[in-house]
Design a protein around this ligand. Structure first.
Ligand code: CO
Length: 205
């Protein structure tokens, strides 16, 4: 079996050297501070690393990831990241990136009991309950799953709007622009369902 740890550490040494050769000031610039343009909330899934799929260099995006890209009002972890991104870093954009085939969303759709994680997945069950009528009208199970992934992104944007941090920024006229994307790991492409460049407008939430 390949030794992944060894491989990663070796890659890191080569990468750091290559970066220094390419641009001697590269790491000095990063060490000087960060000014990311966007906060991305994505899923923890190993196939959907958001900065990779948009080609963002180090320093460009502030990232928070959890199972099924959820904004829970009692989650101090996300809320702290969010406050820092908006109030200290002054990000101009907030992008919620869900993905088709999300295991968290799929687990929430099932009736199985998984244990501790069910408490987290209850956030998605709430989304299901809110859109029960629309979801129940979709006969095809895969399409219903895809739609729930999209609705989950839209509901999380709605949750962001309800946070005190966002509302405060809005009052100051400094609210970041909101975006909803759904990444497809079967094609590598992003489906924009909310905000700038929308190519598959989803119904309003
Ligand atoms: Co996922």
């Amino acid at each position: 079996m390949e030794n992944f740890i060894q491989k990663y550490l070796e890659y890191n040494r080569h990468w750091a050297q290559h970066k220094r050769e390419e641009d001697a000031g590269y790491f000095d610039l990063l060490a000087g501070g960060q000014h990311p343009e966007a906060l991305i909330l994505g899923c923890s899934d190993s196939r959907v690393s958001p900065s990779v799929v948009v080609g963002a260099d180090l320093g460009e995006v502030f990232v928070h990831r959890n199972i099924a890209n959820v904004v829970a009002h009692s989650d101090l972890n996300f809320l702290s990241v969010f406050q820092y991104a908006v109030e200290v870093l002054g990000v101009k954009h907030i992008i919620v990136v869900g993905h088709y085939g999300c295991g968290g969303v799929q687990a929430a759709m099932s009736d199985k009991v998984f244990g501790l994680i069910d408490n987290w997945l209850a956030n998605i069950k709430d989304v299901m309950a809110l859109h029960e009528k629309e979801l129940n009208a979709i006969a095809d199970e895969h399409r219903r799953f895809d739609r729930l992934v999209e609705l989950n992104v839209l509901e999380q944007i709605k949750n962001i709007r309800q946070t005190s941090v966002y509302r405060k920024a809005l009052q100051k006229g400094a609210a970041p622009e909101l975006h909803g994307w759904v990444y497809n790991f079967s094609t590598g492409l992003i489906n924009v369902i909310f905000g700038q460049g929308v190519n598959s407008p989803a119904s309003a939430v």
